[in-house]
Each structure stands twice: as structure tokens, then as C-alpha cells.
Design a binder for this molecule. Structure first.
Ligand code: 13P
Length: 340
């Protein structure tokens, strides 16, 4: 696939009003989510939960792409339609998480590096054959109370992200490049901005060094927020301003779209931040979402594993997607929450 075709896919994912549903929780992560609603995580319950989301009426208005997990990419609806074909048939582009998780970075206590490069080319070819048109790789960067992340920790993660992105483009998949600076900890918003800046700087230097075509990439960053344990939480406008300042300084205009992760923000916060940023546009790139928890928390709460709640769960997903669709135009207001 050439860069024009990759760019067309990337643009379609972040078309007006649209963003990404991250439904790519690994086995241990989806178990954690199901534990919160006392649902046992089995192949069957995971399949049904994802089917409820993927068949929700009208979500294609706001959801341009869905990130799947290996197991989910191979699962089907009750009537036997494979999930990737179901989504594609609705005009929603299927994608796949391809990293194999963040592991301790050897000889660098407290830091992690994401694994999964060995054999990745062959896995990407298979995923492409199963219908995936884009992929995701998440790097995890933790801010501690002292001087972590180290420049080397940032470099190791940026290097792996660029190796992954180059392999994706070679095979014809759009890479979503996700350097996530975690919001755990007590750091303030200024520290988050400084670390996010270093992480983005390293990522784009490595993408360039690896020959990755930025027109065929989507960036999935964290927003610039204070750590969850910080005593000074930034307001919506402050988060929007700090995040945009950081992105403008470090993300080339050739990148078609920025799709934020929610990273532990509430659904309402994640939507409010996205809307505030779009209200400050236009920007060189589409500013959109690739939320996991911030789209699914209300869905899980409505479903609770009961078939009788399936329609309510679908309505919850559509409502959250609709509000984020409004946020794409800077048109969301918190007063809309009660209307749903
Ligand atoms: P959250 O929005 O829950 O952070 O998940 C997005 C994601 O895909 C993290 O890799």
C-alpha cells in the first residue's frame, strides 16, 4: 500500500465528528473491567460484550474505527459474521492492538519498554488478511517522584514505536503510535507537560529516522493533566491549553490526526477536554478521541452482564459517542450530560 492509501485510511478514521472506540483490552485488562461489574471473563462473555457494542445502532456516525484484540478480531456475531466484516460493513474501520505489553526495562529500575517486535511482520500480514486496516502499539511512560522517566527510557520506547510503525506501513496498515505518559502519581501539570514534550520529541525523531511517512500515521497521546494524586488539579481550560501548546510544539502538521487516550479520566472529563481543545481550533491535525474507559465505563455500568440490559448498554455507548462527536466540533457542554 502506498502512503496516499494509508493517509486515506487515517483520514477516514478521524473524519468529521468521528473518533476511535478502543475495545482492545487484553485478557487480564478485560477481566479487571468485568470484575467491577461482577461478570466472569470467559470467551463467551467477552464475545457477547463486544457484540453488544459493535451492533449498537448509529454508532457509525461517531465511531470511525474500532481497535480490537487478537481474540476479538477472530470472533463473530451470533449469526456468524466475523467482527471485522461486521464493522467494515457498517463503515467502521477495524484495527488491531499488536503490542504484547509493557515489561520492565532491563537495568532501568522503575521503567518499562513495550515488547512484541519479534515476529511482528508475520503477525501484521495475518491481521491484514483478517481485515484489519490499522494497528496500535502502546508505550508506557511513568512519572515518578524523582527523576524518572530517564532520557534512555523515553528513547527505548520511541525506538520500539518507530520500528512497529515502519513495519505497519510496509504491510499496509496505518500505525496508531501511542506514547502514554501515565497520570498515576502526584506530579503537577507542568511536569506532565515537560515529560510529554520529551516523549513526543523522541517519538517524532525516531519515526523520521525509520523513514515512517507521517501522512499515514495517527498519534495517540495522553492529554497534559496533573497526576491523580496531585493536590492541584488543572481545570478544563488549563488542560486544553497546556495540551495544545505541547502538541503544537512537537507534532508535525503532516500527521492527519491526534486521537487522545482517556487514561483514567472520567467519561465527562475526557469529553470536556476534547471539546475545549476543538473550540480553540482550527488545528493543523484533526483533534479526536480513541477512548477505552471513557467510552465503555457507562456501557459496562448499564450492561452488568444481563441480556435484558443489552439495549440500555447500546444506548449508553451511542450517547457517549454522540457527546464525543459534539466535542469534535467544540460543541459539547457539561449540561448535556443530564439530558441523556
Ligand atoms: P483508555 O482510554 O482507557 O486510556 O484506553 C485507551 C487505550 O487504548 C489505551 O491503550
Amino acid at each position: 500500500m502506498n502512503l496516499d492509501e494509508l493517509q486515506a485510511v487515517a483520514r477516514a478514521i478521524v473524519a468529521p465528528q468521528k473518533g476511535v472506540l478502543a475495545a482492545d483490552e487484553s485478557g487480564p485488562t478485560i477481566k479487571k473491567r468485568f470484575d467491577t461489574i461482577a461478570v466472569e471473563s470467559t470467551e463467551k462473555s467477552r464475545r457477547r460484550y463486544r457484540e453488544i457494542m459493535f451492533t449498537a445502532e448509529s454508532i457509525e456516525r461517531y465511531i470511525g474505527g474500532v481497535i480490537l484484540y487478537d481474540e476479538t478480531l477472530r470472533q463473530s456475531t451470533r449469526d456468524g459474521t466475523p467482527f471485522p466484516q461486521l464493522l467494515a460493513g457498517r463503515g467502521i474501520i477495524p484495527g488491531i492492538k499488536v503490542d504484547q505489553g509493557a515489561k520492565p526495562l532491563a537495568l532501568c529500575p522503575g521503567e518499562k519498554v513495550t515488547e512484541g517486535l519479534d515476529g511482528l511482520r508475520e503477525r501484521l500480514v495475518e491481521y491484514h488478511g483478517l481485515g484489519a486496516q490499522f494497528a496500535k502499539w502502546r508505550a508506557v511512560i511513568d512519572i515518578d517522584a524523582h527523576d524518572l522517566p530517564s532520557p534512555f527510557g523515553i528513547h527505548a520506547n520511541a525506538h520500539a514505536l518507530a520500528r512497529y510503525a515502519a513495519l505497519c506501513q510496509e504491510v499496509g496498515l496505518v500505525p496508531i503510535v501511542e506514547p502514554e505518559v501515565l497520570m498515576d502519581g502526584a506530579h503537577d501539570v507542568e511536569r506532565c507537560e515537560a515529560v510529554t514534550a520529551r516523549a513526543l520529541e523522541a517519538v517524532f525523531a525516531e519515526l523520521d529516522a525509520h523513514g515512517v511517512g507521517l501522512e499515514g500515521v495517527l498519534l495517540k497521546p495522553n492529554m497534559v493533566v496533573a497526576g491523580k494524586k496531585s493536590t492541584r488539579q488543572a481545570g478544563v481550560q488549563e488542560v486544553a491549553e497546556a495540551t495544545l501548546r505541547c502538541l503544537r510544539r512537537h507534532v508535525p502538521a503532516a500527521v492527519p490526526g491526534i486521537v487522545f487516550l482517556s487514561g483514567g479520566q472520567s467519561a465527562e472529563e475526557a469529553t470536556a477536554h476534547l471539546s475545549a481543545m476543538n473550540a480553540m481550533g482550527p488545528h493543523p491535525w484533526q483533534v479526536s478521541f480513541s477512548y477505552g474507559r471513557a467510552l465503555q465505563a457507562p456501557v459496562l455500568a448499564a450492561w452488568r452482564g444481563h441480556e435484558a440490559n443489552a439495549a440500555a448498554a447500546q444506548a449508553a455507548l451511542l450517547e457517549r459517542a454522540r457527546l464525543n462527536g459534539l466535542a469534535r466540533d467544540g460543541a459539547y457542554g457539561p449540561e448535556m450530560e443530564s439530558a441523556g
